[in-house]
Design a protein around this ligand. Structure first.
Ligand code: B12
Length: 426
């Protein structure tokens, strides 16, 4: 079967991303099919290029990867699906192929995204095994309703989703399936070592995307894959795991493997500020980790508790200090305005952030509400959203009384710290 896989993301906010997930799906189906991957981020002349591909390739099936729904910015929210609607319409105009949606953004809103974009079906969650199964059934003319995680527009979920236990069973994509726009300075090759997050922070959608059980690739397979990309000229990597350090023993194994292969690379990762001991920090530094994101989110123990964070401010302080001693840059994150937030807790958070002497900082005011989270439940109880609100169009939680004061306070706070603020409050 001829399968065209399109990555619809053209957003460069923060950094341009590469469609690792879509390319992984392509790698999983490549053997039995004629597969073409198109990354719209890489195509300057979007629509005419696109028309040419569809008319030239004549796909039987089109998969579209949807990463971002919106930019999570309460003050000036941008909804990012309108251009994707045009892509779906263009596929329809030029081809009779069935359109299947997937991706991180899609997986949070499987039904409402199908309705909004008008595609026939979508697969929630990881696509390697399930998309293979779907194609195989379509090809045989068999019933597709048993494909795990499959949604049909207007008919909802067909079969419970499934999670692959052994991630190593599926290959990681090489350069034929993950074409690089060009090896520009700002490109950071995404690396995923594990899936699933058991932490359940009150506002987070990761459980919906990746499930709650942690599953990992073997360090040998991940680092071996990175070595192949190193040979292809890539030197910058970004570990896209939500929590690179959990479990710490596994993070150390990854680092040890990187140290052993001595790839001369630089990389960034995301740390949960718990279970980071000096041995891990030393490993990170030796293995080439140059910067970490630390989502400590608040400087108030009470707010941390209500966000269901499992670390203390003292842990954040110690970890941040250790990272700095080992020369690893620290980018901090504050998420302000969640339930229970007051002017006093905000001020405490800003003071705490200052005290860490971080290298850069991102502050978000107002929390994007995702379906089926405890934040959504709270927002329903307080009448901020209704139980029927699908939340595809972004809605935010902002504690009462902070509406005007918080943005004003953040603007003046950020104005005196221009060297280390990253948007939105520069
Ligand atoms: C790492 C990460 C980042 C990094 C990216 C670094 C890099 N070099 O790539 C950074 C910090 C820069 C970042 C920035 C942003 N991010 Co971000 N990010 C993530 C994160 C944690 C992982 C994404 C990832 O790479 N996954 C690994 C790959 C392998 O998985 P995947 O793409 O999902 O693919 C799998 C499945 O989805 C599926 N699949 C994918 N495509 C297809 C297609 C078909 C047809 C099928 C069947 C299946 C399928 O199969 C794949 C393999 O199993 C996700 C949350 C999450 N847990 O997914 C948020 C997430 C994607 N980000 C999000 C957002 C909002 C953003 C920003 C807009 C934030 C901002 N205001 O700056 C920017 C946008 C960046 C951009 N230019 O697009 C949201 C998107 C939802 C939304 N509201 O739009 C997410 C979901 C987080 C959340 N809040 O829930 N992000």
């Amino acid at each position: 079967m001829k399968v065209l896989l399109i990555s619809a993301n053209t957003e460069t906010i923060n950094m341009p991303t590469l469609p690792l997930g879509l390319a992984s799906v392509a790698a999983a189906i490549q053997k039995g099919h004629d597969v073409k991957v198109v990354d719209l981020m890489a195509e300057k002349d979007g629509s005419s290029f696109f028309n040419g591909v569809i008319e030239g390739f004549r796909p039987d099936l089109i998969g579209i990867s949807i990463r971002n729904i919106d930019d999570q910015n309460m003050e000036n929210p941008r909804f990012l699906l309108d251009p994707v609607k045009d892509i779906v319409a263009c596929c329809r105009r030029l081809s009779d192929a069935t359109i299947v949606l997937g991706g991180a953004g899609y997986s949070i809103f499987p039904e409402s995204t199908l309705d909004f974009l008008g595609a026939e079906m979508g697969i929630q969650g990881e696509g390697e095994a399930t998309f293979s199964k779907l194609i195989e059934r379509i090809e045989r003319g068999a019933d597709i309703s048993g494909v795990p995680g499959l949604y049909l527009r207007g008919h909802g979920l067909q079969c419970e989703r499934m999670f692959m236990r052994d991630l190593d069973l599926f290959p990681l994509p090489d350069a034929d399936l993950l074409p690089l726009p060009s090896l520009k300075e700002e490109l950071w090759m995404p690396v995923q070592t594990r899936r699933g997050c058991p932490l359940s922070c009150s506002y987070c959608s990761t459980g919906e995307i990746e499930g709650r059980n942690l599953r990992r690739r073997s360090p040998k397979s991940v680092v071996g894959w990175m070595a192949r990309w190193r040979e292809a000229g890539v030197r910058q990597f970004y570990f896209v795991d939500n929590t690179f350090n959990l479990p710490a023993s596994y993070a150390k194994e990854i680092c040890s493997k990187l140290i052993e292969l001595d790839l001369n690379i630089r990389w960034w990762s995301i740390l949960y500020p718990k279970s980071v001991d000096e041995e891990l920090v030393a490993h990170l530094a030796r293995a080439g980790c140059e910067q970490v994101s630390i989502g400590f989110e608040s400087g108030s123990e009470g707010i941390l508790k209500s966000l269901n964070k499992r670390f203390t401010l003292e842990e954040v302080r110690q970890i941040s200090k250790m990272l700095s001693e080992y020369g690893i840059r620290r980018m901090g994150f504050l998420l302000l305005g969640s339930p229970g937030e007051t002017r006093e807790s905000v001020e405490r958070s800003l003071l705490f952030a200052d005290s860490l002497k971080l290298d850069s900082m991102k502050v978000t005011a107002g929390v994007r509400i995702y379906p089926r989270t405890s934040l959504a439940k709270k927002a329903i109880e307080e009448g901020i959203i209704t139980p029927h609100d699908e939340l595809l169009f972004p809605r935010f939680y902002l504690a009462k009384g902070l509406e005007e004061w918080l943005p004003e306070t953040l603007k003046s706070w950020a104005a005196t710290r221009p060297h280390w603020m990253i948007p939105d409050y520069r």
